[in-house]
Design a protein around this ligand. Structure first.
Ligand code: CDT
Length: 303
């Protein structure tokens, strides 16, 4: 048995004007609750430090850049790093990352995994960016991730800590089966995944009522078909007039939800996650070495 107590720290809405230090104080409050439960790891949402700004078209790049972090940790997030280190808790959260490469600014939708000592063990830059690059004012809420971010250029990675192997993905990545299969083939036992999912999807509003179903459908099938623990964590609730899905959850490698948020506010849910349970699936029904037939998946190989 390799038991870890993992907490999904759902965040309720973050107002456009809410300063980073107030958000970080909310994150620390959830961390303290996790400590009372003796959690080993706390997982926060995608773009956890700010409102979900890709919902607005902004012509002024300086206005966009105000939502980005140029270093991590920085002054605003240092208290979270410090408190987590004192408590000996690993954590993961998403943020908008801006860096300079050869004098050229680059912007990514990023998440990090920080170990118990406060060291950034892994950094992941979102691969599947949803939405659109141009101003589309007909939408009630825009989704301009393709404008404000570049897609991550590195494949999904893993890191070994807390006695297990971890991978990260971000929001829209969870809808793609390739995400789970790729990290499972790399030996990941736990996938950490934060999201901001508007309930209204302007391109197919007839599917709005299916958002919660599709969320759990993806997380649960991805977990089961790959024998992984999956920790899905929402930024939830009515944020600047836009309703965001909650339903943060922890999914066992069997595909069963073992913990689930019941509000759309700041909420901590947690579960004992025995990493050895991955073998229930991976040594049996989805024993990749015995049963998988990659040589037959020719269309997949062709791209
Ligand atoms: N943040 C994010 O990736 N949200 C997407 C919305 C898709 S609609 C443009 C998601 O897959 O939940």
């Amino acid at each position: 048995m390799r038991n870890l107590h993992i907490a999904a720290a759902q965040l309720g809405p973050i107002a456009r004007a809410e300063p980073r230090d107030e958000v970080v104080a909310r994150m620390i409050a959830l961390l303290e609750r996790a400590a009372q439960r003796r959690a080993d790891l706390v997982v926060y949402p995608e773009l956890a430090l700010t409102t979900f700004f890709p919902r607005w078209f902004m012509a002024d790049q300086a206005e966009v850049d105000a939502f980005f972090e140029t270093e991590m940790p920085n002054a605003a997030t240092m208290p979270l790093f410090a408190r987590a280190r004192e408590l000996g808790i690993a954590f993961s959260f998403g943020f908008a990352e801006k860096l300079l490469e050869g004098g050229r600014p680059r912007r990514f939708n990023t998440s990090i995994l920080v170990d118990r000592s406060g060291r950034i063990a892994q950094r992941y830059r979102k691969i599947h960016l949803p939405g659109h690059p141009e101003n589309e004012p007909w939408r009630a809420f825009q989704h301009l991730e393709k404008r404000y971010f570049e897609p991550g250029e590195e494949p999904f990675g893993t890191s070994d800590l807390l006695g297990g192997r971890f991978a990260m993905a971000i929001c829209n990545d969870r809808r793609w089966p390739e995400t789970y299969r790729e990290v499972a083939l790399r030996g990941a036992e736990v996938l950490l995944l934060g999201y901001n999912t508007p309930l209204h999807y302007p391109l197919a509003p007839e599917h709005d009522h299916l958002q919660a179903f599709h969320n759990h459908l993806c997380l649960q099938s991805g977990a089961y078909q790959n024998g992984l623990w999956v920790v899905g964590v929402a930024k939830a609730g009515r944020e600047e007039g836009c309703d965001l899905l909650g339903q943060s959850c922890i999914v066992a490698p069997t595909g069963e939800i073992v913990a689930q948020a019941s509000t759309v506010g700041d909420e901590l849910v947690s579960a004992d996650c025995d990493l050895d349970r991955c073998a229930e699936i991976r040594a049996n029904i989805f024993n990749f070495a015995l049963h998988r037939r990659p040589e037959m998946y020719t269309a997949l190989r062709a791209g």
